[in-house]
Design a protein around this ligand. Structure first.
Ligand code: KG4
Ligand code: ZN
Length: 336
């Protein structure tokens, strides 16, 4: 086959997504069915509800992805699927669908790590060049990953407690915002000032780890104390102060890591990479502090969970000969 077409399936959390990717770098279709509305009234993703939605949406998304890409199954070279990390029930729906499709059309099955997918989303912006540093920031993860070469991942630092996105969602809840609240806090932060001066945990420590639970507690205490004393609170300033703390630690440690490791590119990826404050600060700091390093961040719609990024990562996996058999199982706590 002249062009390599991969059908990619993603169902690790609350989006059902199927994409068709050409040669690992061109998106022919990327269907994303979000279930976020079904989980909002629970204030978080309910695993059982997620699995049920994936069952309903999966075959429809596969159909749509093929139609939009104008591709017949016979033209495909492989089927890629996220097998972890994520919710076990949710992952299993995608894995079962991918296996069935691969079996029916006699295609190789390519297993993909969801977090590797987030990094490879940057490949749609600009070809990845190694070595690179990736800051992965999502609802479940906050980690610095050093990639010496394509397909090689070394976690050099990570959160000791909450993920950055999780912290956004938890403080959002205290402010009475709708889940997930990262986007809304980001918008509010731009209207306020850092007047509350929350702590910058571990910023001075000589490692690349993070911690966000202290910040979250500090935020919650500030709100509760003010409520008890009937004091006025500025939601905008609270959001701005919270966001300033998150940005300071993420930027400081990531820039430091990029000075220590011989990187050509810095990639920021995952749901929290959609954050405007974070994107702006990184652009500034990289230009100032890291001459010769290119900063790449995927466009907004490729920051959140999607199958296009899984297809891009799968291309690399397939080149390396990483093919699964039909025993492939979900690995909810898969790491690099
Ligand atoms: O990668 P993702 O879509 O799902 C996971 O794999 O976790 O990330 C979702 C997370 C949520 O916690 C959400 O609040 C956060 O990304 N998020 C943001 C923004 N947009 C989404 N956090 C901060 N600022 C944003 N603009
Ligand atoms: Zn994700």
């Amino acid at each position: 086959k002249e062009r390599k077409l991969i059908l990619a399936v993603e169902s690790s959390c609350d989006e059902t997504s199927v994409a068709v990717i050409e040669d690992g770098s061109k998106i022919l279709s990327n269907i994303v069915a979000s279930q976020v509305k079904s989980h909002q009234r629970f204030g978080g993703v309910v695993p059982e509800v997620a699995s049920r939605h994936h069952v309903e949406e999966m075959t429809v998304c596969i159909e749509e992805a093929l139609v939009e890409a104008q591709i017949e199954p016979e033209e495909l070279s492989g089927v890629a699927v996220t097998y972890g990390p994520g919710l076990v029930g949710a992952l299993l729906i995608g894995i079962s669908a991918a296996k069935a499709f691969a079996w029916a059309h006699d295609l190789p099955l390519i297993p993909v790590n969801h977090m590797a997918g987030h990094i490879y989303a940057a490949h749609f912006v600009e070809p990845l060049q190694f070595p690179l540093m990736a800051l992965l920031v999502s609802g479940g993860h906050t980690e610095l990953v050093y990639m010496k070469e394509t397909g090689s991942f070394e976690i050099i630092g990570e959160t000791r407690d909450d993920a950055a996105g999780e912290a956004y969602d938890k403080v959002g809840r205290v402010l009475g915002l709708t889940y997930p609240s990262g986007k809304e806090i980001d918008a509010l932060a731009h209207l306020g000032q850092d007047t509350y001066h929350f702590p910058r945990a571990m910023i001075k420590e000589d490692n690349y780890d993070f911690s966000f639970s202290g910040l979250k507690s500090s935020f919650i205490n500030t709100v509760h104390n003010a409520q008890q004393r009937d004091e006025e609170l500025s939601v905008k300033d609270l959001a701005a102060s919270f966001q300033a703390s998150v940005i300071d630690v993420l930027v400081d440690k990531t820039i430091r890591a990029c000075k220590e490791y011989p990187v050509k590119q810095l990639v920021m990826a995952g749901g929290v990479a959609a954050n405007k404050g974070l994107r702006d600060r990184f652009s500034e700091e990289v230009a100032k502090e890291l001459p010769g390093v290119t900063f790449i961040v995927p466009p907004l719609k490729l920051c959140g969970d999607n199958a296009a990024m899984i297809g891009a990562a799968a291309f690399v996996e397939a080149e390396k000969g990483h093919i699964a058999d039909y025993h492939l199982n979900a690995d909810p706590s898969l790491t690099f």
